[in-house]
Design a binder for this molecule. Structure first.
Ligand SMILES: Cc1cc2nc3c(=O)[nH]c(=O)nc-3n(C[C@H](O)[C@H](O)[C@H](O)COP(=O)(O)OP(=O)(O)OC[C@H]3O[C@@H](n4cnc5c(N)ncnc54)[C@H](O)[C@@H]3O)c2cc1C
Length: 408
C-alpha cells in the first residue's frame, strides 16, 4: 500500500497551509495549546473560523457540492483535518461531534431534505451538534436507552434524560437516540431523531470535569415536540443508525489525532531540551530519550493505521469494526504521551495552569487530566476490545452480553 501523496495532493496541502497562515485568529500560537476564556468565546471562535474555511472552499472537501461540500476525495479532507489538528486543534474541538458524527450520519442515512438543510449549515459553522445517546442506565449498553418518544399529530413528544452530552450547552442540534416502541425487542424499539436544542422543554445542566471545565452536560427533556420529519431512517431503525454514527466516531480518530499528537510531541521535545535534571538537560537522560522515541512510534503507528483505514473508505466502504483499533490506538497512546510529559517535569508537574511557574503554561496538566476521559468516551477500551474480539477475530460473544441479550 502506498501512503505517499500524489503531486496534486502535495500542492493542495501547500496551498492550504499558506492560506491557513493568513487566516488564523489574531495572536494564535500554532506551537502551543491555546485556550479560551469561556465556552461562549470558544464556540464563537469555532463558528467564525469554520465560516472562513467554508468561504475559502476548505470545508467538507469530500462532500458533494449540492450539500455545501467541495466534491473532492476523502484524501483532501484528511489533508485539511491533519493540518488543522497540528496547528489549531482547539478551534475545531467544539465541532468534533458535528463533523465526526452528525454530518456523516446525516449524509449516509438522512433524507434528501435533511441533507440539504443540515450539511452545509454544519460546514459553514452555523450549527454545532451534540450527541444524545448515553443515559444514566445506558452507556456501554446503549441499547438500554429509555428516553421515550411518542408520535402524536406530526410530532414526536420526547421525555427522558441524557447524560455526558458533550457540547449540549453550546449546541444548536442534537442527534438523539430514543425509544419509540417499548414492546419491541430492545434494539428494534429505538429511533433516531434530529432535535433542535432550542425547543421548549429542554433543560441543559453542565457537569464539571476533573480538568475544571464543563465540556459535557446532563440534558433533561420534558414534552419536547420534535417534528416527525426530523426522524432519520424509519421508526425502529435507530439502533442501526446509532451503530453507523459510532463507527464514524471511532474511525475519524487517528487521522485527526495523529496531526494533534505530532504537535504535542514537538512540545515535549522542546521541553526535554530546555529542562534540566541534576544539571543535565532531560534530553540526555536515557530513560526520557526512550520515552520520546516511543511517543513518536505511537504516533507513526496511529497515522499508518489511519491511512490504511482511509484507503478502505476511499474504495467506497463504510467504517467497520476496525475503527475500534483506531479508538484504542489514539486514546491509550494519548494517555501514555501525557503521562510521560508530566514525568519529565518531575515535582513541577504539580503546578497547574495559572501558576507563573507552570511549565508550558500548564498545558500538560490539562491534557493529562482530559486524557483520562479518552478511554471512556466513544466507547470504553474494554468495549473496543470486545468488538475486536467478536467482530474482527470471530471470538465467541462476551458472556455478560449474551446473558443480557437473553433478557431482550
Ligand atoms: C469525556 C466524555 C465525553 C462523552 N461525551 C458523550 C456524548 O457527547 N454523548 C454521549 O451520548 N455520551 C458521551 N459520553 C459517554 C460515554 O459514551 C460513556 O461514558 C461510555 O459509553 C461508558 O458508559 P458508562 O459511563 O455508562 O459506563 P458503563 O457502561 O457503566 O461501564 C462501566 C465500566 O464497565 C466496563 N464494562 C461495561 N460493559 C462491559 C463489558 N461487556 N465487558 C467488559 N467491560 C465492560 C466499562 O468498560 C467500564 O469500565 C462521554 C463520556 C466521556 C468520558
Amino acid at each position: 500500500m502506498d501512503f505517499r501523496l500524489t503531486p496534486a495532493q502535495e500542492e493542495f496541502g501547500k496551498g492550504f497551509t499558506a492560506w491557513l497562515e493568513k487566516n488564523l485568529p489574531e495572536n494564535w500560537d500554532t506551537s502551543r495549546h491555546n485556550t479560551f476564556d469561556s465556552w461562549e468565546k470558544e464556540a464563537e471562535a469555532h463558528r467564525r473560523f469554520n465560516k472562513r474555511l467554508f468561504d475559502a472552499g476548505y470545508a467538507g472537501m469530500h462532500y458533494p457540492k449540492e450539500y455545501g461540500g467541495q466534491g473532492k476525495t476523502l484524501m483532501e479532507e484528511v489533508i485539511v483535518l491533519e493540518t488543522l489538528a497540528s496547528t489549531c486543534f482547539e478551534l475545531k474541538i467544539a465541532g468534533i461531534i458535528t463533523f465526526g458524527m452528525a454530518v456523516p450520519t446525516i449524509f449516509v442515512c438522512g433524507t434528501e431534505e435533511q441533507k440539504r438543510e443540515f450539511i452545509s449549515k454544519a460546514l459553514d459553522g452555523s450549527h454545532i451538534w451534540c450527541q444524545g445517546f448515553s443515559e444514566p442506565n445506558a452507556g456501554s449498553d446503549v441499547v438500554n436507552v429509555s428516553t421515550r418518544a411518542v408520535k402524536e399529530n406530526g410530532h414526536y413528544i420526547v421525555n427522558g434524560q441524557k447524560i455526558w452530552t458533550s457540547f449540549a450547552h453550546i449546541a444548536d442540534y442534537c442527534i438523539l437516540l430514543v425509544r419509540t416502541d417499548p414492546k419491541a425487542p430492545k434494539h428494534k424499539g429505538l429511533s433516531y431523531l434530529l432535535m433542535d436544542m432550542k425547543l421548549p422543554g429542554i433543560d441543559v445542566r453542565p457537569i464539571t470535569q476533573i480538568t475544571g471545565a464543563s465540556e459535557f452536560n446532563e440534558v433533561f427533556m420534558e414534552d419536547v415536540r420534535v417534528p416527525a420529519e426530523m426522524l432519520v431512517g424509519r421508526e425502529g431503525d435507530g439502533w442501526r443508525i446509532a451503530i453507523t454514527t459510532l463507527m464514524f466516531e471511532r474511525a475519524v480518530g487517528d487521522a485527526v489525532m495523529g496531526g494533534l499528537f505530532v504537535r504535542n510531541i514537538r512540545n515535549m521535545i522542546h521541553m526535554a531540551r530546555h529542562m534540566k535534571r541534576s544539571g543535565r538537560p532531560i534530553i540526555q537522560d536515557p530513560v526520557f530519550r526512550q520515552q520520546l522515541a516511543q511517543a513518536y512510534i505511537d504516533v507513526k503507528i496511529l497515522k499508518s493505521h489511519g491511512y490504511r483505514a482511509l484507503s478502505q473508505l476511499l474504495k467506497g466502504g463504510l467504517p467497520g469494526p476496525e475503527g475500534s483499533i483506531s479508538k484504542l490506538l489514539w486514546s491509550e497512546s494519548n494517555q501514555r504521551i501525557c503521562e510521560r510529559a508530566l514525568n519529565m517535569q518531575g515535582p513541577s508537574s504539580q503546578l497547574m495552569r495559572g501558576s507563573p511557574w507552570a511549565i508550558q503554561d500548564g498545558m500538560w496538566q490539562h491534557l493529562f487530566l482530559r486524557s483520562k476521559g479518552n478511554t471512556i468516551e466513544a466507547g470504553t477500551s474494554e468495549i473496543q476490545r470486545n468488538i475486536i474480539g467478536e467482530r474482527v477475530l470471530g471470538l465467541p460473544k462476551d458472556i455478560s452480553r449474551v446473558s443480557r441479550q437473553k433478557e431482550i
